[in-house]
Design a protein. Structure first.
Length: 272
């Protein structure tokens, strides 16, 4: 069942993290190598926190940065509309085609660098979701990030075959992936109108065999997601959050387990 109330986050510790003079709240929990779990529209929802807890319980320090919306809020239509309006005009994000890489990616790379210094291990994992999906890839321009998971990336919103990258960053990511042998794990639903097959094709064109894009049938999506996803998103979209069906053996649960295994293989190499 999808959570239907706000999440108090009482098992997370909020921290104010300063990266180059910009301060954001980051909710942290667990121990072990760091994994940054990014929020999806319209914020750090109960479903995002459920995913973060699964990551924590798999043996990681999980960090959930507050980038937009109300932390812990159940996703409503009215609240979601307001968050989208604000995010789309924010200087931190590049929501539309031609905007290039979102400036907030630099802050997130600084967060990953700091998390690696604090938590140790071979590196840091990053899980992007929806509006922040591609941020997990651009975070890989920070050498500490070695396990990027790009879930149903939706930017740019007005170009279903576009990537939220400027040309310089695109070339740098190609070089990093090739040089260090990174794999980029990604998920989408087949009929997702926000993350289309054209977008996955663009990622594959950029990254080649390093892009491990996996597609689930629309029939696997939770048929009763929170109102924001039912009415505003209007399509199967959030594979391991709002549209996950928490039943053993379900395709979305298998996707979650594959993500946890991907993180474990790279961040817990002795036991993963």
């Amino acid at each position: 069942m999808t959570p239907s109330a706000d999440d108090p986050l009482d098992d997370f510790a909020p921290r104010l993290i300063d990266v180059d003079g910009v301060v954001k709240t980051v909710h942290t929990a667990g121990s072990g190598p760091a994994v940054v779990v990014l929020p999806e529209m319209p914020g750090i929802s109960p479903d995002v926190l459920r995913l973060a807890r699964w990551v924590r319980d798999a043996g990681f320090t999980v960090l959930v940065p507050s980038l937009f919306g109300t932390d812990g809020a159940f996703p409503t239509v009215e609240g979601g509309q307001e968050v989208i309006r604000r995010a789309c005009v924010s200087a931190e994000f590049r929501a539309f085609a031609g905007g290039g890489t979102s400036p907030v990616a630099a802050w997130l790379r600084g967060l990953a660098r700091r998390a690696h210094a604090e938590c140790g291990g071979p590196g840091v994992g990053a899980i992007g979701l929806c509006f922040t999906g591609n941020f997990a890839l651009t975070m890989a321009l920070e050498p500490a990030v070695i396990a990027p998971v790009v879930n149903h990336p939706s930017l740019p919103l007005d170009d279903p075959g576009g990537l939220e990258l400027d040309e310089v960053d695109a070339r740098a990511i190609q070089e990093r992936v090739a040089r260090d042998g990174l794999t980029v794990l990604s998920y989408r639903f087949e009929g997702d109108r926000w993350c289309t097959g054209r977008r996955f094709a663009a990622y594959r064109a950029l990254l080649g065999d390093a892009f491990d894009g996996r597609v689930l049938p629309d029939s696997a999506a939770n048929p009763a997601p929170p109102p924001f996803f039912a009415e505003m998103v209007g399509t199967p979209h959030s594979v391991v959050t709002a549209h996950l069906v928490d039943e053993a053996g379900h395709p979305t649960v298998r996707a979650r387990d594959e993500i946890l295994a991907f993180l474990g293989d790279r961040l817990h190499p002795a036991t993963g």
